[in-house]
Design a protein around this ligand. Sequence first.
Ligand SMILES: *[C@@H]1O[C@H](CO)[C@@H](O)[C@H](O)[C@H]1NC(C)=O
Ligand SMILES: *[C@@H]1O[C@H](CO)[C@@H](O)[C@H](O)[C@H]1NC(C)=O
Length: 398
Amino acid sequence: MGSSLRNIGLGVVFFAVFYQWYLKEFLFVSCGLGRSMQSIDEFPYTCSRLRHERLEGCEDLWLDDEARVLYAACSGSIARSQWNQGMSRLNVSGRRPGGSELMALNIDSPGSDGLFGLRSIKPTSYDGATGDGTLDLVGFDVEVIDAATLRFWLINQRPPVDVDRRYLDASKVGANATIDVFELKRGGNKMVHVKTVADPAIYSPNGIAAMGKGSFVTSNDHSGKVGLRKQFDLFLGGGNVVYCPSSGACRPATPSALLFPNGLKRGTDGLVYVPSAVGDAIRVMQLQPDGRLKEIEIIKLGMPVDNLAVDANGDIYAAGLPKLLDLVATMDDPFGKDAPSTIWRISKTTTGYKTEKVLEDKDKRVISGVTSARHDVKTGRIFMGGALTPYMMICEPK
Ligand SMILES: *[C@@H]1O[C@H](CO)[C@@H](O)[C@H](O)[C@H]1NC(C)=O
Ligand SMILES: *[C@@H]1O[C@H](CO)[C@@H](O)[C@H](O)[C@H]1NC(C)=O
């Protein structure tokens, strides 16, 4: 009797600690239980969807402000629900025939069909995992090299293959993600492969930021590709950020304790901003001469964030995930289910970071499942895409 009472007592204490430390945060911050959200009507924008089969499942975007071209990494919504190591979906045959495409839209020329002259940028001098030349895009970053040249740093979630380039069982060994670097002449339709970075330190890359002089940082969203430990990452963390010099081995730049680090970006201040797709902390980090990242501040938006995006003013736009479980549910039916989104602007001021909600659509009337939002300073428009969303979205200021 006494000992069973003590066990119950211990159980209560254990639960109270678990609730206080993990569950409360998980339920209210990560899952957004009871969160009150705003309707899209409350924001000064007119929003619409851009529908085309080649604009499905566009996880990350980059805006060339000067040349007025928006680039989107589109893989197809069904394909992303099947081939997505970060969400433990490792069905190689679920990839889209032809793979992912890097799409380009001329943002100042909507055209009569409203599709901004969409075209794909074809990879050349690149053969892919099996020799079919396909890409499996996730996050990416771009550097402007000179007036005519862009350099693309693409996370490429290749299927794993053996020495004869036949598929291995990805559900057992995971994907074989590489960083593939391409150069594109502005206005062109072909990008030329420059190099592949394949490094054991990069095992589950999600976001990437070029750091100049050929170096970059990338976030591993989990503790491993597959396996039991990965199942506990939601509570224990286990992701990290890796630094890769222009040549030589990559190495962890943070402890392997981050909670689902996602679409990190380099700010115009040179700092690295690392969001979490489960927690609400955006870590502001500074690259040290030894390749480590030192945390200097934390920005909290009260909800998880997928990708960040820096605009021409240096403001950071964050694709907030107000209802994480709704987003996870879209994995099972990307065309039938949707998930609310919140877009935030983070500006650096003399008194610290200022955060403002720019858009929210609690009813999912137009915007849904946003994983990247790009702001065009010149027109005030916001372009959005989602890893699972079967369309892109655009909001124009009223
Ligand atoms: C993998 O994807 C293929 C093609 O979409 C599908 O037919 C198959 O059922 C999927 N397998 C699993 C285990 O989901
Ligand atoms: C992963 O990709 C790299 C670069 O193409 C290749 O050298 C390596 O053999 C691949 N490994 C697997 C398991 O697919």
